[in-house]
Design a protein around this ligand. Structure first.
Ligand SMILES: *Cc1c(COP(=O)(O)O)cnc(C)c1O
Length: 389
């Protein structure tokens, strides 16, 4: 059998995002041993670069082997002990997943359920905190990929400090695309994933543990339920000791190293500005096509744009046509948004003007074919105005 060469599909969905050719090339280099001094030096440099994108001095910062969900699991399994009371904010699929993982760790989970497409109000969390003693952790999704909502973090940090709880933040769709600022915001425990705004292929989940989170970990009375994700083993490999635990995914780490180097060369603030501008240009264009956004302007993610599918237009039909006729992938809606919402990702290397324009043109064309009349030329003009500022 021979691998049929994958086509060059433009990935404008909820992830994975387009991978820079430099990263693919880095991945195809010779596989070294996981204790080889040259590899260990790459591993150390990767962690240094990771601290730069997390904007943290946290010693315990490294990539977990596995996708973003492994980062979520690694955070919870190490910090939560059976019987711990924890509060999870849910306004989409990933908050729900966090709650599921936490309950599997034996936590008593108190859910703060809130409307999809909106951030969760701080008062909703506060109500729960007032009514429950000894909450050890508040968990929240910074960038809810299922809805395109950005959750403001500052008020939750304040709340966590007030009630002496840790704040756990999922930054899978924000790290590398919008500010996460772990140390400035005083976030305790943060994880992400390779394949969204960091722009590498799926396979690693960067994570960082702050001092308070490490205290909670060291004070555990019970064994971590997961052997694979037990932080005490992982830090012995990633730290000075270099003790074998599981084989590091060598070539994936080359990929992450390269992705982080690209981010370092661009600079975080340039990168955030680029994500912001392209998202605004996309939204301006889509609005000119008669498409409405799901999220209010102040809470929109630059990395993931959720829009309502126009009346009378079939979700699957459009996405199939985009893939077949234009080689573009966009995402459909999940849960209550299924069939109602498109999710358009502009993440990492994928966030660029050329891609914004390709999508506006292709979508305009297909919508007209299907009876939703609109002008792609006009939409391109509206979108172009954003780049003049
Ligand atoms: C994609 C995503 C995850 C899960 O990552 P996987 O790589 O699919 O395991 C978790 N949280 C958020 C917010 C995500 O967007």
């Amino acid at each position: 059998m021979k691998l049929s060469k994958p086509q060059d599909v433009l990935l404008l969905g909820p992830g994975p995002s387009p991978v820079h050719p430099r990263i693919l090339e880095a991945m195809s280099q010779h596989t070294l041993g996981h204790l080889d001094p040259d590899f260990l030096s790459i591993a150390d440099q990767t962690n240094t670069l990771l601290r730069q994108v997390f904007e943290t001095k946290n010693q315990i910062t490294f990539p977990v082997s596995g996708t973003g969900s492994a980062g979520m699991e690694a955070a919870l399994v190490n910090i939560v002990e059976p019987g711990d009371k924890i509060v999870i904010g849910i306004n989409g699929v990933f908050g729900q997943r966090m709650s599921d993982v936490a309950s599997r760790c034996g936590a008593e989970v108190v859910e703060v359920n809130s409307e999809w497409g909106k951030p969760i109000e701080t008062e909703e969390f506060e109500k729960v905190m007032v009514n429950h003693n000894h909450v050890s952790l508040i968990g929240v999704v910074h960038a809810e990929t299922s809805t395109g909502v950005r959750q403001p973090l500052e008020p939750l940090v304040e709340l966590a400090r007030k009630y002496n709880a840790l704040l756990l933040v999922d930054t899978v769709t924000s790290l590398g695309g919008l500010p996460v600022s772990v140390d400035d915001r005083d976030l305790d425990l943060v994880y992400s994933g390779n394949q969204k705004c960091l722009g590498a292929p799926p396979g690693l989940a960067p994570i960082t543990f702050g001092e308070r989170a490490m205290q909670k970990f060291m004070n555990r009375k019970t064994k971590v339920q997961s052997w694979y994700l037990d932080l005490s083993f992982l830090t012995r490999y990633w730290g000075q000791e270099r003790l074998y635990h599981h084989t590091a995914p060598i070539n994936m780490i080359y990929a992450l190293f390269e992705a982080l180097s690209i981010i370092n060369e661009e600079g975080l603030s340039n990168r955030f500005a680029r994500h912001d501008q392209n998202s605004k240009a996309l939204i301006a264009g889509l609005q000119a096509l008669g498409i409405k956004t799901v999220v209010a302007e102040n809470y929109r993610l630059p990395s993931l744009n959720a829009v309502w599918i126009p009346e009378g237009i079939d979700d699957q039909e459009v996405r199939t046509r985009l893939r077949q006729n234009h080689m573009i992938e966009i995402g459909g809606g999940l849960g209550p948004f299924n069939g109602k919402v498109w999710r358009i990702g502009l993440m990492g290397h994928g966030s660029k003007r050329e891609n914004v324009e390709k999508l506006i043109k292709a979508l305009g064309e297909e919508l007209n074919t299907l009876g939703h009349h609109c002008s792609a030329e006009e939409a391109l003009l509206e979108s172009g105005k954003i780049y003049l500022d």
